[in-house]
Design a protein around this ligand. Structure first.
Ligand code: ADP
Ligand code: ZN
Length: 727
């Protein structure tokens, strides 16, 4: 039989089942096996008898951990697909798919410790034993009377029962066993809602429900507040009514508590919630609820796409464009949204991708007719969409990053009782510390980056490696005074406080939000109207409604326009639309001001005049012309090494051994735009093809070759299929 082990090797390992195995072995069960000098827990992928390893060399399994598979056939197939598609070690794919506690051997279902009297114990009791230990005798009699009991029940009757149990166990009169807890079928109830779906919502719900029991991808395109969540709730309700279960995926930060709250308010049924903030034990508990089917709804972030959901009826991916659905860290770079679509196809169920700003790939699939778009217009109760306009930074006075027209607009909106949101995607006080005498700029020792000034904390910090040093008052080179140059949210907050001294202000960024609850606290100061201005990073684009925000100021649109990453403009447009969506959500119309030095930029123009739709058309045309995704398929090989040459040499050798077919192209290698990060040098190579199959066939042949390269030992490298970030 063949076992997947959590090691970075793209292969399975052969073992034999000992003849005296007391359990029947099936794929999806966990086994303890010898591995090198250690023992390891692996997952059985195949139970074939044949093996390329000669039988006498085949090591036996030490222990079979499960009596039922922890992963069913469909789950195994999905993992196998992901390992193949992302060309990744299957054991590491499983590590992403299964909670750590399970990989360490925890039982897949909750068990209870059950105690019972043995035959000897029964006989002893009848003889009148134990004679001089009344507590032990009482416990024995109690267990006989109850026909056995759980530890929990015994503790209720006598908190000190274990003291009495110990000598009884020693004499073999009582014994315990772990019995799986029985999961009661809990009925679900839908709590009534008095919302009447709009015609568009009704049409969307109908379209998805028509597809119940069949695969279909539906793109639910609607601005924030247009009623997408209501569509999720009603389609999930329909799946539940069919006796099926639902999987709901949400982005990494912010949204989870709110969305979970909406589901809990609508459904009286256990909901399993899986996200990165859980302890190992909490994750195990949630996973068990999903596995046993007790939870009819599973809500989770990225890795929840692999969660067990028996009788899956529908998958929902909220904010499908969100970058957090793509795993960046570690070796296994997968897109949870894409895996969700594959899972839905295999399960034969509909999948609903919701967003106010669908990814260009997703829109391309709509254009190609592969996905069905369902559009929700702004609701009638909402104000008109906000008016967007540009502020040309080259032609007006700017103070600390805020232009005079922006200041005037803020004044006006505050006077008219509105709230204001100021967005800047850079935290800290200033991105640079400069010596005006000698020109010294505070550098990070380990990165090709400048240190960011954090003035309130009195620190200089690197936003790439986390380096942290005291903020110097004088230039370490010439002793002259130093000054912070440029703006971060902390400085904008200071400037706004000077400009509007009587206006309460909140800031929202990773420096202010340290603990769970900080974000809610800041948001609620804004929601209650106590604070009038909100300054923040990306964080402000997520979550809460601010119905009284009437003005949004985007301080700097230009970082997104000229990046080495072809996806940067898409992210910029999504951010602008998402922040803009915060304005005018009550009954009053909103205004959005975008500061830029490039007001003629075609992407900005199309966004302004035709909205996200128009932007998407222009951006897709540019992608087609440059033949970037979705007009080609891409994979990136990324390396990092202690020295710059090693990172490049490995990629050069990899390129040299490649037998590149006609329709596949290799681009690079090239050092990353920021080559040195945290003391390591980064480089990448791109593999591109118009044909997905050709690309994967090439990777299949090529990867084993480059693994063999000696130069691979001096680098860390990883393959990223469908990368969403390039550098
Ligand atoms: P989205 O998920 O697109 O941001 P929601 O579903 O959260 O939108 O809807 C925004 C608000 O509008 C919620 O308070 C919701 O209860 C309300 N809402 C949704 N659909 C309707 C409807 N058909 N009639 C009235 N209110 C609605
Ligand atoms: Zn650094």
């Amino acid at each position: 039989m063949r076992v997947a082990l959590d090691v970075p090797l793209r292969r399975l390992f052969d073992y034999r089942v000992p003849a005296d195995a007391h359990r029947e072995l099936r794929p999806g069960m966990r086994v303890r096996v010898p591995f090198g000098r250690f023992r390891s827990i692996g997952l059985v992928m195949e139970t074939a008898d044949s093996s390329d390893v000669p039988p006498e060399k085949l090591k036996p399994v030490i222990e079979i951990l499960d009596s039922h598979p922890v992963m069913d056939a469909a789950a195994l197939e999905l993992v196998r697909w992901a390992a193949e598609y992302y060309h990744h070690a299957i054991g590491e794919v499983l590590a992403a798919a299964l909670p750590k506690a399970l990989r360490l051997g925890a039982a897949p279902t909750a068990t209870s410790e059950c105690w019972a009297v043995t035959a000897e114990g029964q006989a002893a009791f009848e003889r009148g034993e134990p004679r001089r230990a009344p507590r032990q005798r009482e416990l024995l009699s109690r267990l006989i009377e109850m026909g056995g009991a759980t530890a929990e029940r015994l503790a209720e009757l006598d908190p000190n029962w274990r003291a009495a149990a110990r000598p009884l166990v020693a004499r073999g009169w009582i014994a315990s066993s772990d019995e799986p807890e029985t999961v009661a079928e809990e009925p679900f109830r839908v709590l009534p809602s008095d919302l009447v779906p709009s015609a568009e919502q009704a049409a969307a719900i109908e379209a998805v429900c028509e597809s119940m029991g069949r695969f279909g991808v539906f793109v639910l395109h609607g601005s924030t507040g247009s009623g997408k969540t209501e569509v999720y709730l009603r389609t999930v309700e329909r799946a539940l009514a069919r006796g099926q279960r639902a999987l709901v995926l949400v982005p990494e930060i912010g949204l989870t508590p709110q969305l979970v709250g909406r589901f809990r308010a609508r459904f009286e049924t256990p909901i399993a919630v899986l996200h990165s903030g859980l302890t190992d034990h909490e994750r195990l508990v949630a996973w068990r609820d999903a596995y046993s089917g007790r939870a009819r709804i599973v809500i989770g972030t990225r890795s929840a796409v692999f969660a067990p959901v028996p009788d899956l009826g529908i998958i929902v991916v909220d904010e499908e464009h969100d970058a957090s659905f793509k795993q960046h860290e570690g070796g296994f770079h997968y897109s949870a949204r894409d895996v969700a679509v594959v899972r839905a196809r295999r399960a034969g169920v509909p999948v609903l991708l919701g967003s106010a700003t669908p990814a260009l790939e997703t829109l391309h699939n709509v254009i190609k007719g592969r996905y069905v778009r369902l559009t929700l217009p702004r609701r009638a109760t909402q104000a008109e969409p906000p008016r967007m306009s540009l502020i040309d930074l080259r032609t007006c006075a700017v103070r600390n990053g805020i232009s005079t027209p922006a200041v005037e607009a803020i004044q006006r909106h505050l006077r008219e009782d509105g709230q204001v949101l100021v967005f800047l995607n850079r935290r800290g006080y200033a991105p640079t510390l400069l010596c005006t005498a000698c020109g010294w700029i505070a550098p990070c020792r380990d990165c090709d980056a400048r240190l960011t000034v954090h003035r309130a904390a009195g620190r200089l910090r690197c936003h790439h490696c986390g380096a942290d040093a005291p903020l110097p008052e004088r230039c370490p080179q010439c002793g002259f005074g130093v000054k912070p140059v440029g703006q971060g949210t902390e400085r904008i907050e200071e400037t706004l406080a000077e400009l509007f001294p009587d206006v309460p202000l909140v800031r929202l960024d990773r420096d202010v939000v340290r603990r769970r609850g900080d974000m809610e606290a800041a948001m609620s100061r804004m929601a209650s109207g106590e604070a009038r201005i909100l300054v923040g990073t990306q964080m402000v684009t997520k979550g809460h409604d601010f119905p009284n925000v009437t003005l949004v100021v985007v301080l700097n649109a230009d970082q997104g326009l000229f990046s080495t990453d072809f996806r940067a403009p898409e992210r910029l447009a999504q951010t602008i639309v998402q922040v803009a969506g915060r304005a005018g959500r009550g009954t009053r119309p909103g205004e959005v001001l975008i500061q830029t030095e490039f007001p003629e930029h075609p992407l900005l123009r199309s966004l302004l005049t035709e909205g996200y739709e128009g932007f998407a058309r222009t951006a897709l045309a540019e992608r087609a012309q440059a033949s970037w995704p979705p007009y080609c398929r891409l994979a990136a090989v990324r390396t990092s090494a202690r020295n710059a040459q090693d990172a490049i040499t490995f990629l050069e050798e990899a390129r040299a051994v490649a037998q590149v077919p006609k329709n596949v192209r290799i681009l690079g290698p090239a050092p990353a735009a920021m080559a040195r990060r945290a003391g390591r040098y980064h480089a990448q190579l791109l593999v591109e093809s118009p044909d997905r199959t050709a690309l994967h066939r090439f990777l299949d042949a090529w990867l084993p070759q480059i693994e063999q390269l000696r130069s691979s030992r001096r680098v860390r490298w990883a393959l990223d299929v469908d990368p969403i970030e390039l550098f």
